[in-house]
Every structure is written in structure tokens, then in C-alpha cells.
Design a binder for this molecule. Structure first.
Ligand code: FAD
Length: 170
């Protein structure tokens, strides 16, 4: 009933709940569906909606193979890789990576948006992040309106430099 991380939990102050047994009517055709196969999603690193750092990529990456830099940067930062719906719809990354209204709501300490314009539907899923870093070549991109740190530049130049700097540290 409430989307995870959509607001901070506060003490309710209520008493112990009373358990009431309710007769449920026969819903009809339950158990009609048969499970034929199960697919377990492979994942390394933290879960997107639990990670302290999220690095997300958008259409500004230009092509699917460039998402590898997002994964690389995420790995170096021990972050979870995320995505805008544009690149999920384009089939570059699975739906489980999507941040936003119809994806996951995240509230990490640091959210890094790479080549993401900042559509309302994306921002509702990440605007609660403590620190937002945006990298976009368009200084008018809406994502800068909520960014704590904005880098006006090409993701293909900025992200590799970040990766290089982090590799030099480790
Ligand atoms: C009902 C509904 C639900 C939706 N739900 C979601 C949702 O859950 N999540 C979501 O993300 N979207 C959602 N959307 C889609 C949303 O409206 C946007 O279309 C989408 O977020 C855009 O993704 P994007 O920012 O990657 O792409 P774009 O809007 O195309 O932005 C790409 C950005 O990359 C920048 N760029 C381009 N090249 C470079 C470069 N070389 N270096 C740096 N920057 C560059 C551009 O300046 C631009 O700002 C939803 C839409 C609808 C209608």
C-alpha cells in the first residue's frame, strides 16, 4: 500500500493490534495457473533500493554498450547501477534497474545521474536521495534543478575520468 522509501518511518505510538479472523470467500479459479519455469536474476553488489550509492545511466549514454561504464563506476564505488526508463524500454538493461515512477524508489546517500534529463517520472523515484550528482551536456537539463552537484559535460569524457581517478586510488 505504501511504496518502499517513499517517506521516512516514524513511531506510530499506537497500541498492540487486535487480530480479527475474517472468513474469505472462494475466489474461484485460483491455482489455475501453472509455474513452468523460474528465473533468478543474477546480481552482484548491493540491491538498487538498499544501496548507499546509486549510479544511473540514461539515453545520453548513446548506446547499450556504454552502460558498461556505469557498471564499472558503480563497482568501484560499491554502488548499485540504475537506469532511466528510456534505456530500459530500449532493451539496454533489465527492468529491475529502472528508477522512477514505474520503477524503483531509491533514497541513497549519493545518487549519480549520468546522461539523464530529469523527467518528472524519473525524479519522483530519486529526488529523496541525500546528495544528487548530475552529469549532463545540456546545462538546461531539468535534473540540474534538483542536483547538489552538477557537471555540465559529456558523459563519455567525465565518467571515464572518474573511473580512472578511482582506480588510481585503489
Ligand atoms: C507513465 C510514465 C511513467 C514513466 N516512468 C518512468 C520511470 O519510472 N523512470 C524513468 O526514468 N522514466 C519514466 N518515464 C519516462 C520519462 O518521461 C522520460 O522519458 C525518461 O525518464 C527519459 O529518460 P532519459 O533521461 O534517459 O532520456 P532523455 O530524456 O532522452 O535524456 C537524455 C539526456 O542525456 C543528455 N545527453 C545526451 N548526450 C549526452 C552526453 N554525451 N553526455 C551527457 N549528457 C548527454 C541530454 O542532454 C538529455 O538531457 C515514464 C513516462 C511515463 C509516461
Amino acid at each position: 500500500m505504501v511504496r518502499p522509501k517513499s517517506f521516512a518511518a516514524e513511531p506510530g505510538g499506537g497500541g498492540a493490534p487486535e487480530v480479527v479472523e475474517v472468513e474469505s470467500p472462494d475466489p474461484g479459479a485460483t491455482n489455475a495457473a501453472r509455474i513452468l519455469q523460474r528465473h533468478v536474476e543474477e546480481r552482484t553488489g548491493p540491491k538498487l533500493d538498499e544501496a548507499a550509492i546509486v549510479v544511473s545511466g540514461g539515453r545520453g549514454l548513446g548506446e547499450a554498450s556504454k552502460y558498461e561504464m556505469i557498471e564499472e563506476l558503480a563497482k568501484l564505488l560499491r554502488a548499485a547501477p540504475g537506469a532511466s526508463r528510456a534505456i530500459v524500454d530500449a532493451g539496454w538493461v533489465p527492468y529491475s534497474h529502472q528508477v522512477g515512477q514505474t520503477g524503483k524508489t531509491v533514497k541513497p546517500t549519493v545518487y549519480i545521474a549520468c546522461g539523464i534529463s530529469g523527467a518528472t517520472q524519473h525524479m519522483v523515484g530519486m529526488k529523496g536521495s541525500k546528495n544528487i550528482v548530475a552529469i549532463n551536456k545540456d546545462r538546461e537539463a531539468p535534473i540540474f534543478s534538483i542536483a547538489d552537484l552538477g557537471v555540465v559535460g559529456d558523459v563519455h569524457k567525465v565518467v571515464p575520468r572518474l573511473i580512472e581517478a578511482l582506480r588510481a586510488r585503489s
